[in-house]
Write a protein that binds this ligand. Structure first.
Ligand code: AMP
Length: 196
């Protein structure tokens, strides 16, 4: 069993079209607090990012924000977090978010969310960390991305075990249960010795 004390959530700085996206962020917040897991996120008070942090705090949990100084004003840094780290750069932000977290989850979001997810998954593929990565696929938001990732696998641009690292569930409880049981790929998997 993996000990998960903090999870980094990547999600939209917008609210999105469907109410279901915000509802999923609130459910995720509730699941984190119930499991005594700290939220690590981008530190904004806007979009579903802000709603999720507000919900964690309202339920008595801990929300840790990490925001680059150039965005602190633009994304309206949340002023009531348990901790707010203001970094010099976006790279430093993403590095600190990774260091502070025992796992990573993307909720629905835009280009920033996708970039953050793919970077952290790439780091996992390279063995730079052994922490679980996954998607909360709310209302099928990520269906076409998942289909494309299966195409990437079918075309042999990613190994089976690296593709399988990205866990996908539609609800937070199922996803967090899988994080506790997560086993990172072994050295043989990195080398692809078990694959044709
Ligand atoms: P978005 O999903 O585009 O609404 O953005 C969600 C979060 O990703 C926000 O906190 C953005 O600051 C962040 N973000 C936007 N662009 C990037 C990027 N190139 N690299 C990392 N994070 C980003």
């Amino acid at each position: 069993m993996t000990s998960i004390n903090s999870i980094c959530i990547y999600c939209g700085s917008s609210s999105g079209r469907l109410d279901a996206y915000a509802s999923a962020a609130l459910s995720m917040a509730e699941s984190l607090v119930n499991r005594n897991i700290k939220l690590v996120y981008g530190g904004a008070s806007i979009g579903i990012m802000g709603m999720m942090a507000d919900q964690v705090l309202k339920l008595g949990g801990q929300a840790i924000g990490v925001i680059p100084k150039a965005l602190a004003h633009k994304e309206v840094a949340h002023q009531h977090l348990t901790e707010l780290h203001v970094t010099q750069s976006m790279h430093e932000r993403k590095m600190l978010m990774a260091e502070l977290s025992d796992g990573f989850i993307a909720l629905p979001g835009g280009i920033g969310t996708l970039e953050e997810l793919f970077e952290i998954w790439t780091w996992a593929q390279l063995g730079f960390h052994q922490k679980p990565c996954g998607l909360l696929n709310v209302e099928g938001y990520y269906d076409s991305l998942i289909e494309f990732l299966d195409h990437v696998r079918a075309e042999k641009f990613v190994k089976h075990h690296h593709r399988a690292m990205l866990m996908v569930e539609s609800g937070p409880e199922a996803l967090l249960d899988r994080y506790v049981d997560y086993q990172p790929p072994t050295v043989e998997h990195w080398l692809g010795k078990d694959e044709t």
